[in-house]
Design a binder for this molecule. Structure first.
Ligand code: ARG
Length: 578
């Protein structure tokens, strides 16, 4: 793994141990990037352990040991607990050289790969997907890509809502209108859904029929199942098209809807009862996991079987969890679902643990996220007050991107421009979502997401296209081979700053795999692009003597590769020109 902070951490620890005369001392040291030097080591805790000399004296002695090797040029004590570290330029150059010759840009595959289930997107079928599902789809896809790149065995699971009350309602509506949706599209389906909903809310007769229909569905009545299948087919065709357009890597194989777990639910509830975990309460069957209380101070129920005998969302989630652990062999399960479901997941996890369904070492994580807000600060809605459809959103983004696509490359054909507009439009919607700390709500703003300034998709795309154009120019001078063998040298401060940023790529990805915070990867890529801009302003690349030119071209090439790889993990494209 290329990771200067880790190299430095090892060095500092060795030096502390040597100074303490204890080769096995347990020492806590942390090393991070710093404004005062390249890095800063925090050794306060390590120093606090030794008492007979003044911490400052010890720090000075430790620092003195640090500069004897090949890594550090200087190590300066700052206050009693910190050491400012400046790397030797040839160390940085050597690390960059390794990165340059590594297909994986210095990112090693996990030594012990995990099987990670990522539950994401998970829309409710028979309804058009709305912007609320956007975040799950985009965040989940980024995490799945990143974990895969880190060498884990990723199992995508699209836990679509394809079961339950809404389907009873829709099937009754189909029967009432004497239609099948065979040739319908999802827009007419939305209208169809609204009509059914009105009837459901308006009259007990229809609502009762709909409930009975759900029971028929869950019992496997053939005619009901046939109509249900038709509904599912129309909507899956629609979401497939949308995933393709969003470049989301979810396929039919990843579809694992609620309906799949129906056959297991009966036995699952029995098991919970036998374990003494589930009890009837107000004629429903509930688990009361300890530690969960309602506003009234009463224990909160997790309802596994409803009064009418039907099974609900919680039972399905428990069955899905078992399936993922037992059958998929999950070591880690990520649920990329909005923050309002936090309590649901906490209760499901606790119930599963109490039931003994979660082997020790298996991690269950609710990867929660906030809402998308409109300019009025409320959850994004259309003028008519309805949830904004995802298709409409993507259409508008691409339409708006037409205005900026190709502005840096005048010679493009009409179809090339259209292609770039698609890339920029889709990329901007995705990037603006990921660039925000997922746990917070964020304000949806066309102007901001399509701007060339700041931490945006167009900025990164443009930076990438510009570097690729520099490399194309160099190639016209037939320097491809020279590039492979180029000696990297780091002299100018802007070269050094760029080098330090590039070398953070592997550790940034490793951290993403743990913290599951895509906005940090976005922030990192933005810093790389910014460091490149400064470098390119300060350091001529094409018009300098040959060895410097070759070295700087490697920096350009590495920057383009880091940006392209990072953008790919985020799920946006890195254009050649724009
Ligand atoms: N379909 C659900 C919804 O739209 C999300 C499902 C999330 N995944 C899960 N395992 N519960 O609210």
């Amino acid at each position: 793994m290329i990771d200067p902070s880790n190299d430095l951490n090892q060095l500092v620890r060795a030096s502390v141990r040597a100074e303490l005369g204890d080769p096995d001392a347990a020492i806590e040291v942390s090393v991070h990037r710093s404004e005062h030097a390249d890095y800063q080591a925090d050794v306060a805790l390590a120093l606090a352990r030794q008492l007979r000399r003044s911490p400052r004296d010890v720090a000075v002695a430790i620092a003195a040991r640090l500069t004897s090797g090949e890594v550090l040029k200087s190590a300066v004590v700052s206050g009693p607990g910190f050491i400012n570290l400046t790397c030797r330029s040839d160390y940085l150059a050597a690390q960059l050289g390794r990165m340059h010759h590594d297909m994986r840009l210095g990112v090693e595959r996990a030594v012990i790969p995990e099987t990670v289930v990522v539950d994401y997107s998970s829309p409710n079928l028979a309804k058009e997907m709305h912007v609320g599902h956007l975040r799950s789809t985009i965040i989940g896809d980024c995490l799945a890509r990143a974990l895969e790149y880190l060498g884990h065995d990723v199992r995508r699971q699209n836990h679509i809502g394809d079961w339950g009350t809404p389907f009873g309602m829709l099937i009754e509506q189909m029967l009432d209108e004497g239609i099948t949706t065979g040739g319908g599209d999802v827009n007419s389906l939305s209208a169809f859904y609204r009509a059914a909903r009105l009837k459901f809310d308006g009259g007990a007769g229809f609502a009762d029929r709909a409930r009975r229909r759900v029971v028929l569905l869950q019992q496997g009545d053939p005619i009901t199942l046939k109509l249900w299948r038709q509904l599912i087919d129309v909507t899956t065709a629609y979401i497939d098209a949308l995933y393709a357009r969003l470049r989301v890597k979810l396929s039919h194989q990843d579809m694992a809807g609620e309906s799949r777990y129906n056959p297991q639910l009966e036995a699952l509830v029995d098991e919970l009862e036998h374990l003494g975990l589930a009890h009837s309460s107000e004629s429903a069957i509930c688990v009361f996991p300890p530690g969960f209380f309602g506003r009234d101070g009463m224990p909160l129920p997790l309802i596994v079987r409803k009064q009418d005998g039907g099974f609900g969302y919680a039972a399905t989630d428990l069955a899905a969890l078992k399936y993922r652990v037992d059958r998929l062999g999950a070591n880690r399960i990520l649920y990329v679902v909005g923050a309002p479901q936090s309590q649901h997941f906490a209760m499901v996890f606790e119930t599963a643990r109490l039931a003994g369904w979660v082997p020790s070492g298996v991690r269950l994580e609710h990867v929660a996220f906030g809402s998308v807000l409109g300019q009025d600060g409320k959850v994004l809605k259309t003028r008519a007050g309805e949830a904004v459809s995802l298709t409409a959103l993507v259409e508008e983004a691409v339409d708006r991107a037409k205005g900026i696509a190709g502005r840096g490359a005048p010679g493009l054909t009409e179809s090339e421009r259209a292609r770039i507009a698609e890339m920029v439009g889709v990329g901007s919607v995705k990037y603006s979502d990921l660039a925000n700390d997922r746990i917070r709500d964020y304000l949806f703003s066309w102007d901001r997401m399509l701007s060339f300034d700041g931490n945006t998709a167009p900025y990164l795309m443009y930076a990438h296209a510009r570097i690729r154009s520099i490399l194309r120019k160099a190639q016209a001078g037939h320097e491809e081979l020279a590039l492979a063998a180029a000696q990297i040298t780091i002299h100018a401060p802007a070269e050094r700053a760029l080098a330090l940023e590039l070398l953070e790529f592997p550790s940034t990805l490793v951290r993403l795999g743990e913290t599951l915070q895509p906005h940090r990867l976005c922030q990192y890529l933005f810093q790389v692009a910014t460091a490149f801009t400064r470098f390119y302003e300060a350091c001529p690349v094409l018009n300098v003597e040959a060895t410097t030119r070759a070295s700087r071209l490697v920096l350009c090439s590495l920057t383009a590769r880091v940006l392209a790889c990072g953008m790919d993990l985020i799920g946006i494209e890195a254009p050649e020109q724009m």
